[in-house]
Write a new protein. Structure first.
Length: 496
């Protein structure tokens, strides 16, 4: 970074007056984007969808009616705090979905609001719409998953960093900077570290930003956000190094892995692509991914020419840092991992689109506006097509999960009960049972422990087609379960 990044083209007083003229208009527009985001979720995503495997792990930690599932080393508890007010009171998936959707709208508004002193309202509104219009953002808005909230924390932190760097009297920005880093740390501790690196680097390398307060506030945010995760590492996992090692093992080993192609294939509506050895069939779903770097860089150039040098480069740099581990350090893909990078890149992309529309004069402006409108309509059509597909699959999966849970209840597996074996975490949550694994990364009970548990409560062992049950369960009653991806040929061995 160069010292020229800092915006010295306008005196602070004139910037303040210009911002004061913008702020009143920001509220209704940003609120409108956030409300629209929530309404689309409530209309298209919330009805009939069920909790996925990861969601059941997070929700069970704070549920008032379902025993907590095993909490593996890579996970952080931040998202459970948001789900707790509803999960503690009811098992209703609909209530939980509505609650999380409403919160996601509030989060989007706050994350955009802090940028109102840095960017024109029209750029912010378009950026918010671009980010909220991604199928990934819409699908995970009402879910009990940390990645969207990680993105909000990142957006909050970078915006507040730029405000605090520009105006040393903006104490609210310092608070927001600490809060943004803390939110990222609560949701995804490794992401908070990747976020802190470019922020600290900017505070040290850019002469006008060399303030001990900025570095200190970022450090405070890291401690607040990651502190619980670090303490838990020593309490439950044998120390921080051991937790990091376990987390790396569970994720297939962190190292040099080229996962860009995995992310591209996953954009056709795959929540998780692991192993990601599938054919690349629906190529239209990833066109926007290939196009993204061009308007992002062009938008940074446009912002710099408009006298907003401070906001031109830092979002690009931070987005690149946040994308590195998910593009080059793991050997699988989940589109949600890149939500923080997409949130930041939406800002320069919006800047670019407005520059294209308003830059030319005469007939060229009309042509440019038409081309941008057509491109955006095509982009949204693709996003909503993928969203419809993945929501449909989720609803089908929920029907299967509910059917399996009903079948187990008919077989006598009712709370208090325990389920172990293949996919036990998911089915146990739907059944209201505890889940325990006898092997693998989530191992938390021995075969002798399962046999002992069966002596005083119903126990079911789930077995895939073609596999044999453990020796102690071979004489138990066999219950055939409903077929449905990914449960084809599953059967349960029930102790009672």
């Amino acid at each position: 970074m160069s010292d020229r990044i800092f915006d010295r083209t306008r005196p602070a007083a004139s910037r303040t007056r210009a911002v004061a003229g913008r702020v009143p208009r920001a509220l209704p527009w940003l609120a409108g984007v956030s409300v629209a985001y929530v309404l689309v979720q409530l209309a298209l995503v919330v009805p009939g969808t069920g909790l996925g495997w990861d969601e059941t792990v997070y929700t069970s930690q704070v549920s008032g009616s379902v025993p907590a599932a095993f909490f593996s080393a890579p996970r952080a508890r931040g998202i459970t705090f948001l789900a707790a007010p509803v999960a503690e009171l009811t098992r209703s998936t609909l209530a939980l979905r509505v609650w999380m959707a409403l919160l996601s709208g509030v989060g989007l508004f706050v994350a955009l609001w802090v940028w109102r002193k840095l960017l024109p309202v029209r750029v912010l509104v378009l950026a918010g719409g671009l980010f909220a219009g991604l199928w990934i953002t819409l699908y995970y808005g009402p879910q009990v998953m940390p990645n969207l909230w990680d993105a909000y924390g990142v957006l909050l932190a970078v915006g507040c960093f730029l405000r605090a760097a520009r105006d040393r009297g903006d104490r609210a920005a310092l608070v927001g900077l600490a809060a943004g880093v803390a939110v990222a740390g609560l949701m995804r501790p490794p992401d908070a570290v990747w976020l802190a690196m470019p922020l600290v680097g900017a505070a040290l390398l850019v002469r006008e930003w060399r303030r001990p307060a900025l570095v200190a506030v970022v450090a405070v945010g890291l401690v607040l956000g990651c502190g619980e995760w670090v303490v838990e590492a020593f309490v439950r996992y044998g120390g921080l190094a051991e937790r990091l090692r376990l987390g790396s093992d569970i994720q297939g080993g962190m190292g040099r892995h080229f996962a860009v192609d995995d992310q591209i294939r996953a954009l056709d509506g795959r929540a998780l692509c692991r192993p990601c050895d599938i054919p690349w069939r629906h190529r239209i779903t990833s066109v926007w991914f290939f196009a993204l770097p061009v308007p992002a860089v062009a938008g940074a150039v446009a912002a710099r020419r408009a006298g907003r040098r401070a906001t031109a480069l830092l979002p690009l740099v931070v987005a690149a840092f946040l994308a590195v581990p998910y593009l080059f350090l793991i050997d699988y893909a989940a589109p949600r991992f890149l939500l923080p990078a997409y949130a930041l890149l939406a800002l320069p992309v919006a800047d670019c689109l407005w520059w294209v529309v308003t830059g030319p004069g005469g007939r060229l402006r009309l042509v440019a506006a038409t081309l941008v409108a057509v491109a955006l309509c095509g982009h949204l059509a693709v996003q909503f097509s993928v969203l419809t597909h993945i929501v449909h699959d989720n609803r089908l999966q929920r029907a299967v999960n509910d059917s399996i849970a009903d079948r187990l209840r008919q077989a006598g597996v009712r709370p208090p009960c325990m389920i172990t074996g293949d996919s036990s975490v998911l089915i146990a949550f739907y059944s209201g049972c505890a889940s325990r694994e006898m092997g693998g990364a989530d191992a938390s009970i021995t075969p002798d422990g399962v046999r002992a548990m069966a002596g005083h409560k119903p126990v079911a062992v789930l077995v895939k087609k073609g596999r044999q049950p453990p020796a102690f369960a071979r004489e138990w009653r066999v219950v055939q379960l409903r077929d449905g991806a990914p449960f084809r040929g599953y059967r349960a061995y029930v102790s009672a």
